[in-house]
Design a protein around this ligand. Structure first.
Ligand SMILES: Nc1nc2c(ncn2[C@@H]2O[C@H](COP(=O)(O)OP(=O)(O)O)[C@@H](O)[C@H]2O)c(=O)[nH]1
Ligand SMILES: [Mg+2]
Length: 275
């Protein structure tokens, strides 16, 4: 009877200590989670502040390009999708003049490739940064000879994620995706494909050798972005480069027409004020 009583008391004590330790542990987990949530909130707030600050530079870049009637195009795609090759192939075939801001983590290989084609190219090395930012582009603008320039291309750091989140002051972004990357990329990286003014599908010469569902690619791009043209390019043969050049030429014409119309409206307004 005594033994039974002792066992019962022992079980009671064990149960109590177990539930106390569980409740302490739960409270500790809650505290850690709360701490993490607060830290995350701070990180998000800081990131928003950084992006808001950078937006001021983007506006300044946009204004500077508008004043000079230069079309600024932000080219974004994975490493190796053919961004530099596209610019090399554009040189000599385009009826417009252009310069390039090259964004890479390291090396000046891309700007050297472009310089070999007589394209003015300014290399920016982000030293680990996964995208270009507007304040860096502003500095680059002051080092480029912009006089008489029609188009300024920015080859952003090879990446489908971060560059899509940052406004550099460009007129628009262009998404580049190559056949060997696979047809599923638009839905996996929707932000870029949704905001692009044109989607380029490069390396179409590899279509016979790579499993690539063209219909799926087109359908997915369309679901994210109903109006952007999808331009297919084989940069090995130059096939499709004409439609790319026409697209840019058309956008340049539109920008200049808009700027001229705006100038006319302003001067009419000024004349009316003077009368
Ligand atoms: N087969 C094929 N290869 C291409 C094409 N475009 C580019 N490449 C090759 O793809 C590799 C990466 O190209 P690059 O322009 O440096 O890509 P980037 O990293 O996006 O600038 C190079 O070896 C190019 O020669 C294409 O249309 N077809
Ligand atoms: Mg490149």
């Amino acid at each position: 009877m005594v033994w039974f009583g002792l066992a019962w008391v022992w079980l009671l004590v064990l149960n109590l200590s177990l539930s106390l330790s569980l409740s302490f542990r739960l409270r500790a987990v809650c505290r850690i989670r709360k701490g993490m949530e607060n830290a995350m909130r701070k990180v998000v707030t800081i990131q928003q502040a950084v992006m808001a600050e950078d937006e001021k530079y983007a506006l300044r870049n946009r204004q500077a390009m508008s004043d000079r009637k230069i079309l600024m195009v932000n080219i974004i795609g994975s490493p190796g999708c053919g961004k530099t090759t596209l610019l090399e192939e554009t040189a000599g075939k385009a009826g417009f003049s252009f310069a390039v801001i090259e964004g890479d983590l390291e090396t000046s290989r891309d700007s050297e490739r472009l310089a070999a084609k007589n394209i003015e190219a300014l290399q920016i090395n982000t030293r680990g940064g996964c995208h270009l930012e507007a304040h860096v582009v502003e500095k680059a603008l002051s080092s480029l000879s912009l006089g008489g320039l029609d188009v300024l291309f920015i080859e952003n750091v090879g990446n489908l994620v971060c560059p899509a989140e940052f406004d550099l002051g460009e007129d628009f972004k262009v998404a580049v995706s190559s056949v060997p990357e696979g047809s599923d990329k638009p839905l996996k990286y929707p932000m870029l494909f949704a905001q692009a003014e044109a989607v380029l599908l490069t390396k179409t010469d590899l279509l016979p050798y790579v499993r690539f569902d063209r219909d799926l690619f087109t359908r997915d791009v369309r679901s994210l972005n109903p109006r952007a043209p999808i331009l297919e390019l084989n940069l090995a043969s130059g096939e499709g480069i004409g439609q790319w050049i026409s697209f840019i030429s058309e956008r340049l014409k539109e920008k200049r027409l808009k700027a001229d119309n705006l100038k006319e409206v302003h001067s009419k307004g000024n004349r009316a004020d003077a009368e």
